[in-house]
Design a protein around this ligand. Sequence first.
Ligand code: CTP
Ligand code: MG
Length: 237
Amino acid sequence: MNYTVMMPAAGSGQRMGAGYNKLFLKLDDKPILIHTLDVFEGDPACEGIILAVKSDEREYIQALLEEFAIRKVTALVDGGGERQDSVAACMKVYDKDGIVLVHDAARPFIRLSVIAELVKVANEHGAAIAGVRAKDTMKYAKEGVVEQTVDRGKLWVIQTPQAFRYALLKRSSEEAQAQGFLGTDESMLVERFGQPVHIVESTYDNVKMTTQEDLLFGEILLRRRQEDFNDSHRTRF
Ligand code: CTP
Ligand code: MG
């Protein structure tokens, strides 16, 4: 089943503290943005990528796409002040009625198997989001004092990709916009719209490169994946 990706890349990476968009930081010898795009570039089911960028980074990003032979970006749109605005800008140039996947440019470690499952479940049910089970004990607190211990069995830590039948995402997003509601992910818009959102179990290594320590983890993950790749391609004598 084919899909299109909407990828917000127009943030400023404040928490990373690099002084510029964190997506340009390199892991190994490639910018984070390119690592993420490479995943979709290599997935035959991905029909195209709509990338939201800051207008003053457009040229630099175009040069990166050229340098790293990324061919599937079908549109570069101007992102907005909030992540949700950047995704809305992507939606303006999408004119089909297929499955769309919203994925943060800052998550380069997403696995193809999770993508495939998300697309399948979204096609069946309308909306599917990637998540992992909470590992730690979770508590509600007010001003640093515990109010309640939450039932961890029901808690999920949510990631991207988030996959939708486009018509559902569009209607949910239009309603949120009309009401001035700002969510931290697309799922919230669909939830508000009253439609069920299914969770697809993802992996703990699908981390978002947010702060400096994520980069360390990212380097290790890349090395391990490279070793796994080498092991599986080693010739036997
Ligand atoms: N993003 C975007 N438009 C915005 C804000 C964020 O397209 N106005 C994108 C980021 O580029 C990133 C994704 O949304 O790929 C997830 O956001 P986040 O990890 O918060 O990145 P930043 O907003 O760049 O980082 P920070 O919040 O630390 O400033
Ligand atoms: Mg942000």
